[in-house]
Design a protein around this ligand. Structure first.
Ligand SMILES: [Zn+2]
Ligand SMILES: [Zn+2]
Length: 382
């Protein structure tokens, strides 16, 4: 499970049953713009994907219909693909990391027009609950992730020619930003949110435990937040090379060196001011705690395991501040700006761009753990 999926809380009373037909009953306010079908990559059964004809989404009064030009395959899609996460119950069109072009707008939409390049938050927040009204949209009581069906709701996603989303989760993109970069904004926003959650003082030293997709973005975000030294940790040599390419000062191979020892050597024996953990397992969390200086900050982003063993006494007696960080909350405009200016780079994280038809093959390759593969982006117009 990745951070973008964590903490999905829904109102059970209002939601359809898991096996409700994919065809929805239109809301009274819904305007059916086109009675046509589109191509979509449908999860028919666990581990069985096919490109099929699918009803084009209904566009409600405040919805924007987007022609998808890029949609990334997320780790949470791979975890859902075989049924193990329980969050991709078939039949389902997955896909929540996307960008495209506005193809039509509902009658009450303002600020977006046909032809605009847009991306959207992977999470549909309600806008009305206590948390939404505080601006904590990632903590929304009624949040629904696009491309997820978990028994409590089913919301088809963006591995399709078109998707309709409410305008309040849409963001306009500069025309110069490639769609495949924009499809990475959801992942970038997870990293930027984690950096925003972490109290940093200019000149701090940061350790990032885990240098996968999100870790490589956290490395860049925490440097932008003011850390002058960034130490990357991973088991995989090729990821550590990418970490250095993307600005890590030091890369530590966790099975080759004693990571906390090395961090102490690099920080005058004190330990790092801030540590960000992007794995979510007992061993890596123990290492992260051991890397932090007394009074240091520890931000937890990874949540691979639902429960881990925490070194309680080390946290208490060394007065660490521990922060959880989930998805993002209002960081999309900043992420768009950072990507456009090249302050955060995503190009080295993109393994391939492929058509919807090539999707089933890529899902199975990623599921089998293809070496060196990071983000694969599907473009339904290819
Ligand atoms: Zn995701
Ligand atoms: Zn809400």
């Amino acid at each position: 499970m990745t951070a973008c999926e964590f903490g999905a809380i829904v109102d059970r009373k209002r939601l359809p049953t898991p096996f409700q037909s994919a065809k929805k009953t239109p809301h009274p306010l819904t305007i059916r713009l086109k009675e046509i079908e589109m191509k979509a990559l449908l999860l028919l059964e666990y581990k069985q994907l096919a490109v099929t004809d699918f009803d084009e989404p209904d566009v409600a009064a405040r919805d924007v219909l987007i022609q998808i030009r890029a949609c990334g395959i997320c780790g949470s899609d791979i975890h859902g693909y075989d049924g193990s996460s329980g969050r991709r119950i078939p039949p389902l069109v997955m896909g929540h990391e996307a960008a495209g072009v506005v193809s039509s707008v509902g009658s009450e939409v303002g600020g977006f027009g046909v032809g605009d390049h847009v991306t959207f938050d992977s999470t549909v927040s309600c806008g009305n609950c206590y948390f939404c009204r505080r601006g904590d949209i990632n903590l929304c009581d009624n949040r629904r992730v696009l491309g997820v069906s978990c028994g409590e709701y089913r919301r088809h996603g963006a591995f399709a020619e078109y998707v309709a989303v409410p305008q309040h989760i849409c963001y306009r993109l500069p025309a110069s930003l490639p769609f495949e970069h924009a499809a990475m904004i959801e992942a970038v926003s997870v990293a930027v949110h984690a950096a925003n959650r972490t109290p940093v003082t200019l000149g701090d030293t940061a350790v990032v435990v885990g240098s996968g997709m999100i870790g490589l973005l956290v490395i860049q975000a925490i440097r932008l937040a003011g850390c002058s030294t960034v130490i990357a940790v991973d088991l995989d040599e090729s990821r550590l090379e990418k970490a250095k390419l993307l600005g890590a000062d030091v890369a530590l191979k966790a099975d080759a060196v004693d990571v906390p020892d090395e961090v102490h050597k690099l920080t005058g024996g004190r330990g790092a001011d801030v540590v960000l953990e992007v794995v979510g397992a007992t061993q890596t969390i123990k290492a992260a705690v051991a890397c932090a200086r007394k009074g240091g900050m520890l931000t937890l982003i990874g949540n691979l395991a639902p429960t881990v063993e925490m070194p309680l006494q080390a946290i208490v007696t060394r007065e660490l501040s521990v922060f959880g960080s989930c998805a993002s909350s209002g960081e999309y405009p900043a992420c768009i700006d950072l990507l456009e200016k090249g302050a955060i780079r995503v190009e080295p994280l993109i393994t391939a761009k492929a058509s919807l038809e090539e999707g089933p093959d890529w899902f199975s390759r990623l599921y089998q753990g293809e070496a060196g593969a990071m983000k694969v982006i599907l473009d339904p117009t290819l």
